[in-house]
Design a protein around this ligand. Structure first.
Ligand code: T4K
Length: 400
């Protein structure tokens, strides 16, 4: 039902705009028959994990798709980041953005590597390359760039800094499957890149991830490390862990790959629908994806300028949640404000001014194949209505 009076808002006792929850991150599911056929084959062959045929097929297909020499699948991107950090010999300090999902920082800290947080660029939301060099110390061994929302970070600048200071360079490409930088698929930059295939990503293998690299030696080490460091049946040659992708995940990955273009097309149409629906609302900016690069359009990211909009991002989130629209505040409050980092670096916010601002104004809206155009129009109409009555809503909310 379209709301015409603020009393009809669910925060003020009205009925929610949606009967069922509208999530950010509902999984895209490809052809079920194809997936189930693969699962049956898997049972027939009794190969459930460890270098199985589906895993090898997925690795070959992804490497070809990304134009990279090696693709090493893993059980998830967090473990893939950890294994890659170790395989690259990272230790001491590694520079990363604070404006990222906490897994990027945890993967380092879990290896007892200190993540040193760098500020974000307010326009691209990516690590601000101009602020990296000041953070380099004698303990710095690497840089971990994150391609936030699938938009490549400043790969050239990061590569130049890494080269100049003899640092390793890896990328968290969890958001960036099927995205390009200067026309080249993300996957082959730096020493290695790490993708996530988590259920909430537009391409999923239930849980899963992969490391891509053009370095033969590194690839061999990564393959060994994800399987306890084994090289042969009884021969352990390296410290390892269990980072293997299971066959059922690889079967899902192969099935998702067959629908990849369709998923991207739907995401793109949703992005355009949000763009039209939110056009011209004061205080709102949707982040854009340049048409000259490929993107997967899996994130609809909105910035709210509290002064121009008349209400804060957080009040808008409260309103939307009451309407059963589960918009998300990724990446609030920033890694540096989360434990253990908040305790380690209580004053980090002072050198992360842009990150602090971003974490207060960014909001993600539901998209993907589970969200239809009518729902998007409804969400946009509601946001338009709320922001047209921002000051009035805020006053009433604060007085109740
Ligand atoms: N680096 C970056 C930059 C990342 O963004 C991520 C993960 C990683 C590294 C690590 O990748 P992985 O180790 O996960 O492969 C989510 C995801 O768990 C996480 O993968 C993702 N980024 C992050 C941005 O978001 P949560 O805790 O917000 O997700 P969750 O499980 O609460 O799901 C969100 C919503 O999606 C739920 O409200 C309901 C819906 N949902 C979720 C699942 C799992 C479904 O409808 N069905 C489902 O099966 O972290």
């Amino acid at each position: 039902m379209v709301k015409t009076n603020i009393s009809e808002l669910a925060i003020f006792g009205g009925s929610p705009a949606f009967k069922e929850l509208l999530h950010v991150g509902r999984p895209n599911i490809g052809n079920r028959e194809q997936f189930l056929k693969r699962v049956n084959e898997m049972f027939d062959q009794r190969r459930l994990s460890n270098n199985g045929p589906f895993m090898r097929e997925l690795e070959q297909k992804l490497a070809a798709f990304l134009g990279v020499k090696h693709c090493i699948t893993m059980c998830n991107a967090t473990i893939a980041l950890e294994i890659t950090a170790r395989a690259l010999g990272l230790q001491g300090e590694v520079i990363i953005p604070s404006f990222t999902f906490v897994a990027s920082a945890h993967a380092l800290q879990w290896q007892e590597i200190t993540p040193v947080f760098c500020d974000a660029d307010p326009v691209t939301h990516n690590i601000d390359a101009t602020k990296i060099e000041k953070l380099i110390t004698s303990r710095t061994t690497g840089i971990l760039g994150v391609h936030v929302w699938g938009r490549a970070c400043d790969v050239d600048a990061l590569s130049a800094i890494a080269h100049k200071h003899h640092l390793k360079l890896m990328f968290d490409a969890a958001h960036a499957l099927a995205c390009t930088h200067q026309g080249k698929m993300i996957g082959g930059f730096g020493d290695a890149e790490v993708f996530s295939f988590h259920a909430t990503k537009f391409f999923n293998s239930f849980e899963g991830g992969a490391v891509t690299t053009n370095n033969d030696q590194l690839a061999a080490r990564l393959r060994g490390m994800r399987n306890f460091g084994f090289a042969g049946l009884d021969n352990v040659v390296d410290i390892g862990t269990n980072g293997k992708m299971s066959e059922v995940s690889a079967a899902m990955g192969l099935t998702s790959l067959e629908s990849l273009d369709k998923f991207i097309q739907i995401n793109y149409e949703n992005y355009l629908a949000y763009f039209r629906g939110l056009d011209g609302i004061p205080g709102i900016r949707l982040i854009t994806y340049t048409e000259t690069e490929k993107n997967n359009y899996q994130y609809i990211v909105m910035e709210i300028d509290e002064v121009a909009a008349g209400l804060s991002r957080d009040l808008l989130v409260t309103i939307l949640h009451a309407e059963n629209i589960l918009a998300r505040r990724y990446f609030y409050p920033g890694c540096h404000q989360m434990e253990p980092y908040r305790s380690y670096f209580p004053n980090a916010g002072m050198v992360l001014p842009e990150t602090e601002k971003l974490t207060l104004k960014v909001l993600q809206l539901p998209t993907g194949t589970a969200v239809g155009k009518a729902e998007i129009d409804h969400v946009c109409g509601l946001i338009r209505f709320v922001l047209a009555h921002g000051a009035e809503i805020r006053k009433r909310y604060e007085s109740q």
